[in-house]
Design a protein around this ligand. Structure first.
Ligand code: F0G
Length: 458
C-alpha cells in the first residue's frame, strides 16, 4: 500500500503563460465555434485537455537533441538514432517514419488490406477505422463486452474476446481477415489496457490461422504500467521489459509518436516483416517523403528517438498515470459519473449518466464539453455519437453505447492544482446538470465529422 506522496521525477525549467477569461467571453466564443471545442482558438482556452496528442512538454535532453538535427534530404543521422531507439525499445528491426500516426495507418491499410477483408480491432479508433475502410476493409469489433459499459470495473477492459474472433473465422474463414489491429490502452473505451495474458492467448489463437497482429502502439507504455500494477507476475518488471514482451507478439506496429513518445509531431511504422517494410518504403515516398525522413525534419526524428528512451522510465510513467488517477479520484469522490477504472491518458465523463435528461440525438457529450468550457475555460473533447459518425453502408448515425467527454491529460504539462480546477468545474456542473441543454447539428462534414461539425443550442 502506497502511503507517501510520490512527485514527478522532473522540475519545471520554462513556463508558458495561459489566459484567463470571463464567463460571458467564453459563452460568446463557444457560440462562435458552433459548440465544437475543436473550433475554439487555443488562446481562448485556460486548461487545454482536448487531447494528449502532440501536447507533451519535451525535456531539456530532447530540446538539445533538436539542435543536432541533420537536415539532409537522405540518410540523416537522426533517422539512424530513431531506428536504433525503436530496435532497442520496441524490438522491431525495420522502421519507416511518417509525419504522424494516421499516415502510418494509411500506408499500412493500403498495403495490408484487400478489398472486402475484415479488420478486427479491440474497439474502433476514428482514424484507424477510416483508413481501413478507405482501403476496402470492414471494421470488426472484437473487444470484450465489458468495454462498452462505462460503469464496469473490469481491470483489463481493453482485452480481446477470442470467441468473437473465432466466430468471424467460423463464418467467413481466416482468409477473409487482413490482420488483427490491436491497440493498448484503448482510447475510445476510456484508455483501458489489455492484459499480457489476454494478448498471449490472442497471439496463440492468431498463430493457428497465420494471422498477423499489427499493433496501434500509440499508448503502449501506459498499458505496460497497468500490467505492472495489476497483473500477477509483473509487479517487479520494469515497463521497458514489459513493452518488449508485448511487442514480441506482433509482426509490426503503427504509432502516433505524439502520445507515448513525448513529442509534438511524428509517427512511424515498425515491423519485422521484410516484405511489408519494402512495400511501405516504396509507398512512403509517394505520400510522406523519402523513407529516411517520412515527412519529418531531422530534428523531429531526434526528439522522437530521445522521447522513446524517456518514456520507459518507470518513475516517469508512474507519475504520468497517477496524475490522471488523481483527477479521476477527485471526481469519483464527488459522485461525478466517469468511466471506471480510470484510464491511462484521460478521465472520461459519462455523459449518459451525467445528463440523463438528454437523448443521444441531442448530443449530450458535445453539450457537456461546451458547458465545461463556458464554466471554467477547460477544453475537453466529445467521444460519443458525433465521433462515431455515420455507417458508410446505410448512412445512418452509429449509436455507440459510450457517450463520453474526454478530459485528456497532456504529458508533463499541468500540475495537480490545474487538475483541482478541472475537478471543481466538473463537480459544479454536475450539481447544476439539469440546466445543460441539448444541441442540434447545423453543419456535418462527410467524414471524421467531429473535427469540424457545428451545432446550436436547442
Ligand atoms: N491511434 C490512436 C489510438 C490515436 O489515439 C490516434 C490519435 C491515432 C491513432 C492517430 O494518430 O493523430 O498522430 O495521426 N489520437 C488523437 C487523440 C488525435 O486526440 O486521441 P495521429
Amino acid at each position: 500500500m502506497q502511503t507517501r506522496t510520490i512527485a514527478e521525477p522532473y522540475k519545471i525549467k520554462m513556463v508558458e503563460p495561459i489566459k484567463t477569461t470571463t464567463r460571458d467571453y467564453r459563452a460568446q466564443k463557444i457560440r462562435e465555434a458552433g459548440y465544437n471545442t475543436f473550433l475554439l482558438k487555443s488562446e481562448d482556452v485556460y486548461i487545454d485537455l482536448l487531447t494528449d496528442s502532440g501536447t507533451s512538454a519535451m525535456s531539456d535532453w530532447q530540446w538539445s537533441g533538436m539542435l543536432l538535427g541533420d537536415e539532409a534530404y537522405a540518410g540523416a543521422r537522426n533517422f539512424y538514432n530513431l531506428e536504433r531507439a525503436v530496435q532497442e525499445i520496441y524490438g522491431f528491426k525495420y522502421v519507416v517514419p511518417t509525419h504522424q500516426g494516421r499516415a502510418a495507418e494509411h500506408i499500412t491499410s493500403q498495403l495490408r488490406i484487400t478489398r472486402g477483408q475484415y479488420v478486427p480491432m479491440n474497439m474502433y479508433f476514428t482514424t484507424t477505422r477510416e483508413h481501413a475502410e478507405r482501403a476496402g476493409g470492414i471494421f470488426y469489433d472484437c473487444i470484450i463486452d465489458e468495454a462498452h459499459d462505462a460503469a464496469n470495473p473490469h481491470p483489463f477492459k481493453g482485452n480481446v474476446d477470442i470467441a468473437k474472433l473465432q466466430k468471424l473465422v467460423d463464418e467467413k474463414g481466416a482468409d477473409a481477415i487482413a490482420y488483427l489491429s490491436i491497440a493498448p490502452c484503448v482510447n475510445m473505451a476510456g484508455g483501458q489496457p489489455f492484459s499480457m495474458a489476454n494478448l498471449r492467448a490472442v497471439a496463440a489463437w492468431a498463430n493457428q490461422y497465420n494471422l498477423p497482429i499489427i499493433f496501434d502502439a500509440t499508448r503502449a507504455i501506459e498499458n505496460c504500467y497497468f500490467i505492472q500494477q495489476r497483473e500477477p507476475g509483473y509487479a517487479h518488471k520494469p515497463v521497458r521489459e514489459i513493452l518488449r514482451e508485448m511487442m514480441s507478439y506482433g509482426e509490426g506496429m503503427t504509432i502516433s509518436s505524439k502520445k507515448d513518445n513525448l513529442v509534438n509531431i511524428g509517427g512511424f511504422i515498425a515491423t519485422n516483416n521484410e516484405q511489408f517494410f519494402t512495400q511501405a518504403k516504396e509507398m512512403v515516398v509517394i505520400f510522406e517523403g523519402l523513407h529516411t525522413y517520412g515527412g519529418l525534419a531531422g530534428r523531429d526524428m531526434e526528439a522522437i528517438a530521445r522521447g522513446i528512451y524517456e518514456m520507459v522510465d518507470d518513475a516517469y510513467i508512474a507519475s504520468r498515470v497517477r496524475q490522471v488517477e488523481y483527477l479521476g479520484n477527485r471526481l469519483l469522490d464527488a459522485g461525478v459519473p466517469i468511466v471506471v477504472p480510470i484510464g491511462g491518458h484521460a478521465v472520461f465523463l459519462d455523459a449518459k449518466r451525467f445528463l440523463p435528461h438528454l437523448p443521444q440525438e441531442h448530443f449530450p457529450a458535445q453539450a457537456l464539453a461546451a458547458a465545461l468550457y463556458v464554466d471554467s475555460g477547460v477544453r475537453a473533447m466529445e467521444r460519443g455519437i458525433v465521433s462515431a459518425g455515420r455507417d458508410h453502408a446505410t448512412g445512418q448515425n452509429r449509436k455507440p453505447k459510450l457517450e463520453l467527454v474526454r478530459l485528456t491529460i497532456p504529458r508533463r504539462v499541468y500540475t495537480n492544482l490545474h487538475m483541482d480546477v478541472v475537478a471543481e468545474s466538473c463537480i459544479a456542473l454536475y450539481e447544476e446538470r439539469e440546466k445543460i441543454k441539448g444541441l442540434r447539428m447545423t453543419y456535418e462534414p462527410t467524414s471524421l465529422r467531429f473535427f469540424q461539425a457545428r451545432f446550436e443550442e436547442l
